[in-house]
Design a binder for this molecule. Structure first.
Ligand code: SF4
Ligand code: SF4
Length: 233
């Protein structure tokens, strides 16, 4: 995501939410004195930003149901092979192949990886609107499953990637073993980030998300092994 897109998202966000000016500068990439504070929680290594000059951690909490901005401005919904089955069944499809044909788009897209390198991925994405086309990929669309109360009408079988937000996750080799890592995605769409002196207020959330992140990573890797997507570095 470009700085211009993040700036546009933050401008929209500020219409309804107070955004700390320091956090805004951080999300816009204007603060360079940032350290990575790694926190291992069960099977996941979380990377929490620490602003050196301000001596503050960037933490997060979710304001749902007062906020559903991530569903209002959804950019892409890549599905795992488990999602294909559970969401297809939830939408009353007898055959997963019919669900894939009618409700998804297979898209190839690129993004910067954890170390800045470009990663090209091909994924099966849930259509965020019924008439979504490949040209809509990556643009902000209010998801068709967002209901009038701000809930997700396909919950609990909503895509794993929706459970994951606002984290992103990747695998790294550590002494010959795969280690799951996670960090925040700063897209400018989430009002839940805040600055704090310690990471204590986020301990319970990290504990809960450790399971979510690990589970998503395993499912995502199984999806690739089963041929329902591909990644090229
Ligand atoms: S945008 Fe952030 S605060 Fe709002 S619902 Fe999504 S995760 Fe929660
Ligand atoms: S599928 Fe549900 S949780 Fe995911 S973006 Fe759509 S409404 Fe939100």
């Amino acid at each position: 995501m470009s700085q211009k897109e993040i700036a546009e998202s933050l401008t929209l966000l500020e219409k309804n939410w107070d955004i700390d000016p320091v956090l805004k500068d951080f999300e816009l990439g204007k603060i360079s004195d940032v350290a990575d504070y790694p926190v291992k929680v069960k099977n996941v290594m979380f990377h929490i930003p620490f602003l050196l000059k301000e001596k503050k951690y960037v933490l997060w909490k979710c304001y749902w149901p007062d906020c559903h901005n991530c569903c209002d401005r959804q950019g892409r919904l890549p599905l795992t092979s488990d999602d294909l089955i559970t969401i297809g069944e939830g939408m009353k499809y007898q055959k997963t192949s019919d669900f894939i044909k009618n409700e998804t788009l297979t898209i190839t897209w690129s993004e910067a990886g954890s170390t800045g390198q470009s990663t090209t991925m091909t994924t099966i994405n849930l259509k965020r609107k019924k008439d979504e086309t490949p040209e809509d990929d990556g643009t902000h669309i209010s998801c068709r499953f967002l209901d009038e109360e701000g809930g997700c009408s396909i919950h609990p079988s909503r895509p794993g990637v929706c459970y994951l937000y606002p984290f992103s996750t990747w695998l790294e080799s550590e002494k010959g073993n795969a280690r799951v890592h996670a960090s925040f995605q700063f897209t400018g769409d989430c009002p839940g980030f805040y600055l704090e002196d310690t990471i204590d207020p986020m301990k319970e959330i990290l504990d809960e998300y450790s399971d979510i992140v690990y589970d998503y990573n395993m499912k995502s890797n199984r999806t690739l092994r089963e041929g329902f997507g591909s990644v090229n570095f």
